[in-house]
Ligand binder design. Structure first.
Ligand SMILES: CC(C)(COP(=O)(O)OP(=O)(O)OC[C@H]1O[C@@H](n2cnc3c(N)ncnc32)[C@H](O)[C@@H]1OP(=O)(O)O)[C@@H](O)C(=O)NCCC(=O)NCCS
Length: 396
């Protein structure tokens, strides 16, 4: 393969097929198992969307009830996981905290499997492991924020659904329905997005027949980067830096002169706008109204207008979700862990799909280093070469 054929960053390369979601930049649409994501966000609880992504169909009422019962059974942090999180410094990044928690959960769940050949598990076991991670991550993420604030772990409320319980676990108050709805929407919008960097990482790890937890830990590492999941956190830093709508133009002039990347704008696939943004912006608007913070909407709209006008680059999902999570009361450092709690569904759906139709992912590279050369004082060990060439005799 010549260097001119290489697609840096695999841009535009179709690596495999998937039946989980379809991103269509031409029509600016995102489908989960055939359903437009904005329809799911407007009508479904996150649990139903998780079921859809794993099973291919939305659940019936009875299936959803059973799914919710199982989810509620697996919400609690085990003492071992809590102890592992507590052992980390309070100023470690919460992404490292969640990555550690998943690693510890994986070590306990796969303990006793012995050989690496057995750790991979059956499809049924992996579906169960996926549901367990989905159920426990709200406690991991919420506890991370609470411990940084010097607060105790809170127990889950079995009378609350996933989204309401998540907010309860973080803030210890029964959340307002408007807030639950906005949060639920954000989880659905973040749940899945085809072969993004973290999902592809999970698929690469899965393709070696490694276990689901190792694949999720790797995916968390990929998501941490500011060019991927870390962007929602970075958006909030930008909002804090700018302060108010009247400072946008001056700030943007300086930022563009310094050739800074403006976080929350641009996308590898969508070049004319991210299909998820209007739905999340509507959720942000309800939060702006609920918390009576028109200043947030003013800054949001001013920066969007100015940036699109100057660069022709549109916002991505992280742009509205950053300020939305801020209004709800999440610390900026918790934003990307919230993304994990949602994307765990997409990651694990892809892990299951990869396992069901596996091929080791191992691309080629074109070498552009120095030509072959040799160590001057090196003398080949002719005896060793002879042994290599006559293995039967050597063994005998
Ligand atoms: C997401 C992202 C990595 C996509 O990257 P990509 O498809 O490789 O696009 P490129 O980085 O090649 O961008 C093409 C051009 O637009 C510019 N550009 C893209 N996004 C930009 C942004 N957010 N701010 C400023 N300039 C941007 C690039 O600098 C580049 O300009 P150049 O041709 O003069 O070098 C990129 O848009 C980005 O870094 N965005 C900010 C981070 C972010 O919000 N990530 C979350 C993604 S969901």
């Amino acid at each position: 393969m010549s260097e001119s054929e290489i697609r840096k960053g695999l841009a535009g390369v179709v690596a495999d097929v998937t039946a989980i979601s379809k991103v269509n930049p031409e029509t600016n649409s995102l489908l989960y198992r055939g359903y437009p994501v904005q329809e799911l966000a407007a009508t479904q609880p996150f649990e139903a969307v998780a079921y859809l992504l794993w099973h291919g169909e939305l659940p019936t009422a009875a299936q959803l009830a059973e799914f919710r019962t199982t989810e509620r059974r697996h919400r609690a942090l085990t003492p071992e996981v809590k102890a592992a999180v507590d052992a980390l410094p309070l100023d470690s990044h919460p992404m490292d905290e969640v990555r550690t928690a998943v690693s510890v959960i994986g070590a306990f769940e796969t303990a006793g499997t012995g050989s690496v050949l057995d750790a991979v598990g059956t499809p049924e076991q992996n579906l169960q492991r996926s549901l367990q991670l989905f159920a426990v991550l709200p406690a991991v993420v919420s506890y991370g924020q609470r411990r940084r604030r010097g607060q105790e772990l809170i127990e889950s409320r079995d009378d609350l659904d996933y989204a309401a319980n998540f907010l309860w676990l973080t803030f210890g108050e029964e959340p307002h329905q408007a807030v639950v709805d906005a949060f639920n929407r954000s989880m659905i919008l973040y749940a899945e997005h085809s072969f993004n960097a973290s999902t592809f990482t999970a698929r690469v790890i899965t393709s070696t027949l490694s276990d689901l937890y190792s694949a999720v830990v790797g995916a968390i590492g990929a998501l941490k980067g500011p060019l991927h999941g870390g962007a929602n956190e970075a958006v909030m830093h930008i909002f804090d830096e700018i302060g108010s709508a009247d400072r946008v133009e001056e700030w943007l002039d300086a930022a563009l002169a310094e050739k800074r990347k403006i976080m929350g704008f641009g996308h590898r696939v969508y070049k004319r706008g991210d299909s998820r943004v209007p739905t999340m912006k509507a959720a942000l608007d309800t939060l702006v109204e609920h918390y009576d913070r028109p200043d947030v909407a003013e800054l949001y709209e001013k920066l969007e207008t100015e940036f699109v006008e100057r660069k022709g680059i549109y916002p991505n999902l992280d742009y509205p979700s950053g300020p939305a999570y801020n209004l709800i009361g999440y610390d900026t450092l918790t934003f990307t862990p919230l993304f994990i709690a949602a994307r765990i569904v997409g990651w694990t759906a892809h892990i299951l799909e990869q396992q069901a139709s596996n091929a080791l992912i191992r691309p080629l590279s074109a070498y552009n280093g120095v030509d072959e050369r040799h160590i001057e004082q090196y003398e080949p060990d002719t005896a060793a070469i002879e042994v290599q060439e006559r293995p039967e005799e050597a063994a005998g």
